[in-house]
Design a protein around this ligand. Structure first.
Ligand SMILES: [Zn+2]
Length: 293
């Protein structure tokens, strides 16, 4: 026997449903946009909604959506498009989808990415003071004293435009607009957890920057320090024999000296194959062969 309950438009505005509920053509059904599931409400009416919201699958889907929020910041109303921040990560992620040796560039790129994301809510001064990756990782991003004023939080160009439009058409109040900015901040702070697992935490990844030809050309001293640190780690984990380290360091110093005078090093493009570049420039021997790079 068909039920009697119909979809009630009021539900779309209720705080507990509005982030996921959508109307369907069928009045006896409702749709959850997070689970992408349509379910019957004709028998239970609103109870069907509360029951769906309590479900384990719904909770998991909501959690997954929050996790992917880096590319999908927030949904203003179920009818409007999802507002997204500029794709700060896309260029890096595309660059790293390759079999080419990219680790030497990872540290600097991640450093830029973190500064870009955290700079959305952290006062510039504190990020400028983090002159090395290690210092950047030590910045207490959760500390309110480091944060920008709520109205200054950068939620991205598109999101900001949409929010301003909603404000001027009085669809959202100033308080709601501020809440959106604060929600974005909370989300960005949550990303700090990811930082704890980031490859940047490894000395080896940070040291490998010394193999970036642009750095070799710019700062021999720093690069030799990093190369030495890298060799220590590789010897420690028995990846290389310590007998080759002196030769490798000598060779590396020579290459750095050469790099300083060559525009090819200074203007190296990470999209170029690093191993091919190295072979062409100085005929790789110990270094790349031993390190398996
Ligand atoms: Zn759901």
């Amino acid at each position: 026997m068909p039920g009697k309950c119909c979809f009630n438009n009021i539900w779309l505005h209720k705080e507990i449903y509005k982030s996921w509920l959508e109307k369907t053509e069928d009045k006896g059904k409702a749709k959850c946009v997070v689970c992408r599931k349509t379910f019957d409400i004709s028998h239970m009416g609103e109870m069907a909604l509360t029951s769906h919201a309590k479900g384990a699958k719904h909770h998991a889907a909501v959690a997954a959506r929050e996790a992917s929020a880096i590319t999908s910041f927030f949904r203003t109303t179920p009818q409007t498009a999802t507002v997204t921040p500029p794709a700060v990560c896309s260029s890096s992620t595309v660059l790293y989808q390759t079999d080419k040796p990219m680790l030497p560039f990872l540290c600097e790129d991640m450093n830029k990415l973190i500064k870009g994301l955290m700079g959305r809510f952290v006062v510039d001064k504190h990020l400028h003071e983090a002159t090395s990756t290690l210092k950047l990782l030590a910045v207490p991003f959760q500390d309110n004293r480091l944060h920008k004023d709520a109205s200054q939080i950068d939620i991205g160009f598109t999101a900001d435009t949409t929010l301003k439009q909603l404000r001027s058409s009085k669809q959202v109040s100033e308080r709601q607009a501020i809440k959106v900015r604060l929600d974005c901040k909370r989300l960005l702070i949550a990303l700090e957890k990811l930082l704890k697992k980031a490859p940047l935490q490894h000395t080896l990844v940070r040291s490998m920057q010394c193999l970036d030809p642009r750095r070799m050309a710019k700062s021999k001293e720093q690069c030799v320090k990093q190369m030495t640190r890298m060799l220590h780690i590789l010897v420690e984990c028995k990846h290389i024999d310590d007998a080759v380290c002196d030769d490798t360091l000598r060779e590396f110093r020579d290459v750095c000296d050469m790099a300083r005078c060559h525009t090819a090093f200074r203007e190296f493009d990470p999209n170029t194959e690093l191993t091919a570049f190295s072979t062409r420039q100085w005929g790789v021997s110990h270094l790349f062969a031993e390190c398996g790079i």
